[in-house]
Design a protein around this ligand. Structure first.
Ligand code: 6LW
Length: 495
């Protein structure tokens, strides 16, 4: 199995679902506790993807109050059927069941959701038979936990199930069969599942049947996709979705991680989206050649104007609920100064390159706020401006360490960057994936950054933080409103 080494959508973009509509390919991913929900990308070739926005981009579609970083919106399925686009997903922090939205065009606007309350679980899929019957296939969860892959006929207009859920094929024996996608190809229905858990045992497996409801016969060549037990630089591969090209060739998008540092490594960019060709052998889809860019291009972004880039999200709130543009600067609304129990308010974007640098100039007035690189609120490096001081702080679980501090004056530039891990032999042979370096620069011109502290990047990895997401970088308001006078982000190209 030859896997690509470069993602087509880097950074935390797991659970890819892809369809073709209006002459382009469209891709949707999980977004968890961040809003807007379900980032949406467009491509002409399945390799170069441009983010066009989000599917769940307003509060009437999605409320994430109280959802943690890894709560909220899980694995969507994106389909084009009978001239409309359909997306079904789960808000695991909302009521039980699934959310179904539709649009005349994948770029939106998308409808408010129809809820499917009688389908508790995750990873819903939609497929239609020639007679218009709509099948909802999902990974059921009940009071006792995971119940396996089930299917029911759905009325997509009302969200009502028209048949009781029935169990389908449950994979080849790996734990937690999930992520079902069902496809009609010629005379066969193919059921693609993930199994083995989303960590190192992850895999995608396939079965087929003459009927959408089975019985399914497993591909003797399974697994369709896995990196388990291999030294591949891309690991935890699975949760895949197939797509047909107009010339009847097929491709597959799937998730994987890129652990770095000494074996078994730490991954810090979350689960990313990769792509491969699909070849058909004896009526079975087989993983083909890698589909990947020659290099992941460099990226730069800043908050220059009054419109947020589509990459920007906020944790637990839509960005418009916490950020507004005023007098040439963005203002992040933090918790009230007299409410010390309220958590920080975070808005930012994914760290989507291995080597990145973010800079910000903030005015916290008599409140406090900062520039932060985080996996979640408890795994972060932050430069916090508080009164006349800027403090470099590391948060690892319940531990908080002040790495260094400096005097803050108006215009002080905060800088967080990633740097290669320095292998400290006295600490033994275990090297982390990178380091996160916190520095400040004076307000008068570029100057040289003065380093206040650094943290081994393993502490900002999914292996340490847990959960389903990767690193984000952005601004945080700890007390009161924070004026973001400048913010810039850059990431190096990767070959
Ligand atoms: C998703 C499940 C999975 O719903 O992780 O890797 C869950 N697969 O299918 C969250 O992304």
């Amino acid at each position: 199995m030859r896997l690509p080494t470069r993602p087509v959508v880097p950074g935390t973009h797991p659970d890819p679902s892809v369809c073709r509509a209006d002459g382009s390919y469209w891709l949707a991913c999980s977004s968890f506790g961040y809003a807007p929900g379900v980032p949406l990308f467009r491509s002409d070739d399945l390799v170069a993807w441009e983010q066009v926005g989000h599917v769940l981009d307003r509060p009437s579609q999605l409320r994430l109050d109280g959802a943690g970083t890894s709560g909220g919106v899980y694995a969507p399925t994106l389909r084009h059927h009978a001239g409309r686009c359909w997306l079904v997903t789960t808000d695991v922090s909302g009521g039980p069941g699934q959310l179904l939205v539709t649009a005349g065009h994948p770029a939106g606007p998308w409808s408010d959701p129809v809820t499917i309350p009688d389908a508790p679980g995750i990873d819903p899929d939609l497929a239609w038979d020639d007679d218009g019957t709509c099948y909802l296939t999902w990974c059921a969860y009940g009071p006792g936990g995971h119940e396996g892959i089930v299917q029911a006929v759905l009325d997509p207009a009302t969200g009502r199930l028209l048949t009781p859920p029935a169990r389908l094929w449950q994979g080849t024996g790996g734990q937690v069969p999930e992520a079902p996608h069902l496809y009609r190809v010629g005379a066969w229905w193919y059921l693609l599942l993930a199994e083995g858990g989303t960590e190192r045992g992850h895999a995608a497996v396939v079965a087929r049947s003459a009927s959408p409801s089975g019985p399914f016969e497993a591909d003797p060549g399974n697994p369709f996709l896995t990196a388990r037990g291999t030294g591949s630089p891309v690991q935890s591969t699975g949760h895949a979705d197939l797509v047909a090209r107009p010339d009847a060739s097929w491709a597959v998008l799937w998730l994987g991680t890129r652990p770095r540092g000494s074996t078994p490594g730490w991954h810090v960019l979350g689960r990313e989206t990769f792509a491969s060709e699909v070849v058909w052998e004896d009526g079975w889809p087989r993983l083909g050649a890698p589909l990947e860019p020659a290099a992941v291009p460099a990226v730069t972004e800043d908050l220059a104007g009054p419109v947020l880039p589509p990459s920007w999200v906020a944790l637990g709130r839509h960005p418009a609920e916490v950020l507004h543009h005023d007098g040439g600067a963005w203002v992040l609304r933090g918790p009230a100064r007299d409410d010390p129990g309220a958590g920080p308010v975070f808005a930012g974007r994914r760290q989507d390159r291995t080597t990145v640098r973010a800079r910000a100039v903030l005015d916290a007035g008599d409140g406090a706020g900062g520039l932060e690189l985080r996996v979640d609120p408890a795994h972060a490096v932050r430069l916090e401006v508080d009164g006349g001081l800027v403090r470099a702080v590391a948060l690892v679980g319940t531990l908080r360490a002040v790495l260094g501090e400096a005097t803050a004056v108006p215009g002080t530039v905060l800088e967080l960057r990633t740097a290669p891990a320095r292998h400290d032999q006295s600490a033994g042979p275990r090297g982390g994936p990178d380091e996160v370096v916190a520095s400040v620069l004076g307000p008068d011109g570029p100057g040289s950054p003065v380093e206040l502290g650094r943290l081994d990047g393993r502490y900002l990895s999914t292996e340490v933080a847990g959960g389903f997401t990767g690193r984000m970088v952005g601004v945080v308001a700890l007390r009161g409103d924070v004026v973001v006078r400048a913010f810039s982000y850059s990431g190096d190209a990767e070959t």
